[in-house]
Design a protein around this ligand. Structure first.
Ligand code: IPM
Ligand code: MG
Length: 357
């Protein structure tokens, strides 16, 4: 088959990690007889610098015309002082929204080879964990009304968390459908003891749960969830939550896998076109030094094969190759800790993964 993929390399380490994912896809194409055609589009700081805006029209059009999209990362210190609606991050929210990608799947699982890289106590790590975080991606406080105004104590700023029944229903359905293919457990995370938007979230999730009688659905408050993720991550299977809670909890979940450099994500909407990106940022401190861990982006490419193109065998092949490379003890700098392993560069670990494919 022939697939057209839009590449949004973005800023910082973005171009390096996307280059690794491209090499892996080319290798998969060779092995299984597919052709992946890649077209670059600008997004983020680099788009601001060259086109005067973070999300140029051609980028949105290019992504809409593509079969799927791979994104590196956006942002960096150079653009940190721009007003909120001109920042590179705004472009990322813009493309998620423009493509209607309301679902964000963020799998956080422990690779047995990385047990030592996890900061958790051995007895906790021994039990393993495999969490599928289902984050709502185009609503909530990220997209609610915000601004500055005069308040009781002078100038104040506000951001609004708002969720409609429709938005909660559709993400809840994704979570239950996902759970049906896994161990049939959903934990819905909210702050219903304080927030009205969370009370609607909870009510709505429970209503949708009735359509999935086989799935066990439990509520958990977000503060407790933050604690449980480090206390007993094995209790989680599918976790469904709002845009902001999902942002925060997925970074936490990534740490216990050993490194944020391991966590892939798939952003999906109503059709098969998705946007696949690592959950980490642009890491400006190591940009251009060939030190970045490309695994999260490579695993995101595997998610693209699985979710957008239904190429299950090909996706499994990439995941197994990553696993084998880790089992053989190869590590990028972020995964070394005090293990004494010699860190491989971004291109070196990519080569090891290509060899396994
Ligand atoms: C993520 C990132 C983004 C988010 C930022 C860069 C806007 O942290 O994908 O988790 O908050 O969604
Ligand atoms: Mg984040």
């Amino acid at each position: 088959m022939n697939y057209n993929i839009a590449l949004l390399k973005g800023d910082g380490i973005g171009p390096e990690i996307v280059a690794s994912a491209v090499k892996v896809l080319d290798k998969i194409g060779e092995k299984y007889g597919h052709t992946f055609n890649f077209t670059d589009y600008l997004i983020g700081g680099i788009a601001i610098d060259t086109k005067g805006e973070g999300l140029p029209k051609e980028t949105v059009e290019g992504c809409l015309a593509a079969d799927s999209v791979i994104l590196g990362a956006v942002g960096g210190p150079k653009w940190d002082t721009l007003p909120g609606d001109k920042r590179p991050e705004k472009a990322l929210l813009g493309i998620r929204s423009a493509l209607g990608l309301f679902t964000n799947l963020r799998p956080a699982k422990l690779y047995p080879a990385l047990k030592d890289a996890s900061p958790l106590r051995t007895d906790i790590v021994e039990k393993g964990f495999d969490i599928m975080m289902v984050r709502e991606l185009t609503g909530g406080i990220y997209f609610g009304e915000r601004g500055r105004r005069q308040g009781k104590y002078g100038e104040e700023a506000y951001d609004t968390e708002a969720y409609s029944v429709m938005e909660i229903e559709r993400i809840a359905r994704v979570a239950f459908e996902t759970a049906m293919k896994r161990s049939k457990r959903v934990i819905s995370v909210d702050k219903a003891n304080v927030l009205e938007s969370s009370r609607l979230w909870r009510e709505t999730v429970h209503r949708i749960a009735k359509d999935y009688p086989e799935v066990e659905c439990t509520d958990m408050l977000v503060d407790n969830t933050a604690m449980q993720i480090v206390r007993n991550p094995a209790q989680f299977d599918v976790v469904v939550t709002s845009n902001m809670f999902g942002d925060i909890l997925s970074d936490e979940a990534s740490q216990i896998t050993g490194s944020i450099g391991m966590l892939a994500s798939a952003s999906l909407g109503d059709n098969t076109r998705g946007l696949y990106e690592p959950i980490h940022g642009s890491a400006p401190d190591i940009a251009g030094q060939n030190k970045a861990n490309p695994i999260a982006t490579i695993l995101s490419a595997a998610m693209m094969l699985r979710y957008s193109f239904s190429l299950t065998e090909e996706a499994d092949c990439i995941e197994e190759a990553v696993n084998k490379v880790l089992e053989k003890g190869y590590r990028t700098a972020d995964l070394c800790g005090d293990s004494g392993a010699t860190p491989l560069s971004c291109t070196e670990i990519t080569e090891r993964i290509l060899e396994e494919i």
